[in-house]
Write a protein that binds this ligand. Sequence first.
Ligand SMILES: Cc1cc2nc3c(=O)[nH]c(=O)nc-3n(C[C@H](O)[C@H](O)[C@H](O)COP(=O)(O)O)c2cc1C
Length: 181
Amino acid sequence: MNKKIVILNGSPRKKGNTATLVEAFTKGAESAGNTVTEFFLNSMDIHGCKGCFGGHSGKECPCVQKDDMAKIYPEVKNSDIIILASPLYYWTISGQLKTALDRLFALEEGEENLLRENKSSALLMAAEGNGFADAVLYYDHLMEHLRWKNLGHILAGGNMDVGDIKGKPELQQAYDLGKSI
Ligand SMILES: Cc1cc2nc3c(=O)[nH]c(=O)nc-3n(C[C@H](O)[C@H](O)[C@H](O)COP(=O)(O)O)c2cc1C
């Protein structure tokens, strides 16, 4: 309740299966009095990390690159919960989501680590099959590194085309997870 939630949605399909999971989660979270801010990464101008190790966590935009990550940094910094949402692409998260996550590294560099502060997270994914193991392994390792509380995974297999996820139990699970926050 009264938590600030940021969703990083890495699907390129605005009305796709991941977006439907995100919508269900958001409805649940808002019904419990939380505030949700979603970033649809595919529509944003976000470039890959340059690996310069030039980040300054204390700055408003901590990265040397000036692009749409400038909109995400303050929201992530001030959030309680960060939801990672993605379709399964070649057994892992989408490039859109990975690119944004790499760029969050700038918040870990410099004066103080602003990414590792008392945050929680959950993973929402959709896929044609059920080969989520590598994506979950990556996500769980990331949570350990960031020291974010892992609120779990909602993995919706059996969904290829837009609309396939309609009426599936994972939507209720996403709603319930949102409502539990
Ligand atoms: C580039 C690409 C790679 C994919 N790789 C996988 C995969 O490894 N395993 C799988 O089960 N589905 C795979 N899929 C299918 C998507 O995960 C599936 O269509 C999913 O529902 C898309 O989610 P969205 O509607 O949110 O975009 C892939 C689709 C694309 C376009």
